[in-house]
Design a protein around this ligand. Sequence first.
Ligand code: PNS
Length: 190
Amino acid sequence: MHKGIAIYPGSFDPPTNGHLDLIERGAKIFEELVVAILRNSEKSPMFSVAERLEMLKELTASLRNVRIDTFDGLMVEYAKSLDATCILRGIRAISDYEYELQMALMNRKLEPTLETVFMMPADKYSYVSSRLVREVAQAGGPVKGLVPEVVEQKLREKLDPAYKLRNTRLIEVLGKRDLDRREKKRKKKA
Ligand code: PNS
């Protein structure tokens, strides 16, 4: 186990099973892992920082060496303020590599003592991203298996109209009886 603190920074909007997989892997190799949510993201987020904080806290409650925090401004400065020695980032596919390499090298330029460590999530999550999860959920599509159940529930609450609209469309296509049958099947499986 690597002594000291590692930071796993990101937007986590929302946290996915890929994020959780990486947190679990990171927790096995770092003495302490701080999952740090960026507060000043320019993008307009789907979930508030407080909501993301709450979800991540719940999801990592059983991991004793994992802590959830938020940060603003330069990540390397936040890392230094914690005396962290490593930055953890996930790489899913080659397409992630270019951006991650650029960011790691910029962070190294800003703070040469901080090392970036890349880990791969399980291959079953290699196509899962927060952006795609948001897109599917916003269109009322199923995100089961892509995000933890608590996140799935929060998405449902937030996007209830999208799910209702999808059901209305399905009713038009399948008819109410078929839909009830599908729902029964789904509940049986769950
Ligand atoms: O989950 P994301 O959106 O890929 O995470 C990106 C994040 C938050 C790690 C990155 O944008 C970041 O560290 N932002 C903080 C500002 C900063 O330090 N920028 C310089 C990075 S080279």
